[in-house]
Design a protein around this ligand. Structure first.
Ligand code: NAD
Length: 267
């Protein structure tokens, strides 16, 4: 157990996609520490089990479901199993994602572009649709879609990722309008530089490897260049991402929908 109490989620249930990943795990801890039952969905079964094990001491129910969000039939089946085993969901954190390749636009690999769009756009759509149907049928709730600061200001060498996260913010705005009449709030969260962690290490190494005018060829120097580009001059912590999710799901945000919480600014 590590997360501290912030908002009251006692008796509530959250489904987190990408629940085996770093942000998924930090958010699961935050909600479990605040009394919620947690449903983790991911394609990585081994890591799902590890994250679930780490949540046991909070004493709230934890469920895991292995599912590839890019497959609409698999998502529909997973939601059917969730509803059968867990019952009612209150919150859905649509968070599974992939950072993609790092390359200039003229060199960007087509296969990888498709993979990024499949996971970050089509996958987010499948979960958004399934969540909307469930929450509409059960009287409402809240959805947070994971975007990125790359969906506000396209970074160099990340063509597919920027396209996918701009799309997530667009889907959030439309879904918020479509679902408001059904008591469903839909917001997006856009972290910038979060770390330490796999995504942070990966992006500094791969940006250094591209050899563009924007970043040095040494990952250590790239780290500093990126940190110098954000107003707070430090990385955001995983717990600070979880705080954004908790706020947007909470009753404190009861009049907030269609909003993109762009949490750190900069590169
Ligand atoms: P992560 O790689 O630790 O977690 C991503 C998770 O998504 C993994 O567990 C992975 O198995 C899962 N996943 C990937 N493809 C899937 C699929 N087809 N079906 C089901 N699950 C799938 O990365 P993270 O840092 O925890 O990122 C989570 C989200 O936050 C992503 O959408 C990412 O784009 C976004 N984000 C991360 C950062 C950052 O710096 N870490 C910054 C901004 C936005």
């Amino acid at each position: 157990m590590s997360a501290t109490a912030t908002y009251a989620f006692m008796g509530k249930t959250i489904l987190i996609t990408g629940g085996a990943g770093e942000i998924g795990r930090a958010t699961a801890h935050r909600f479990a520490a605040n009394g919620a039952a947690v449903v983790l969905l991911d394609i990585n079964e081994t890591k799902l089990a590890e994250v679930a094990q780490g949540l046991k001491d909070y004493g709230n129910p934890v469920y895991t479901f292995c599912c590839d969000v890019t497959q609409s039939e698999a998502v529909a089946q997973a939601f059917a199993r969730v509803i059968e085993q867990v019952g009612h969901l209150d919150y859905v954190f649509n968070n599974a994602g992939y950072q993609g390749a790092f390359a200039t636009t003229d060199e960007y690999p087509e296969e990888d572009f498709q993979k990024v769009i499949d996971i970050n756009v089509v996958g987010v759509f499948h979960i958004l649709k399934a969540a909307a149907r469930h929450l509409r049928a059960t009287g409402g709730g809240a959805i947070v879609n994971m975007a990125s600061h790359a969906g506000v200001d396209g970074p160099p060498n990340m063509l597919a990722y920027a396209a996918s996260k701009f799309a997530v913010i667009g889907m959030t705005q439309t879904a918020a309008k479509d679902l408001a009449p059904h008591g469903i709030r839909v917001n997006a969260l856009s972290p910038s530089l979060i770390g330490p962690g796999m995504m942070w290490t990966r992006q500094t190494e791969l940006q250094a490897g591209v050899g563009s005018q924007y970043f040095d060829s040494s990952p250590k120097v790239v780290e500093q260049q990126m940190i110098d580009s954000v107003p707070l001059r430090r990385l955001g912590r995983l717990e600070e991402v979880a705080s954004g999710v908790a706020f947007l799901m909470s009753d404190e945000a009861s009049y907030i929908t269609g909003f993109n919480l762009d949490i750190t600014g900069g590169q």
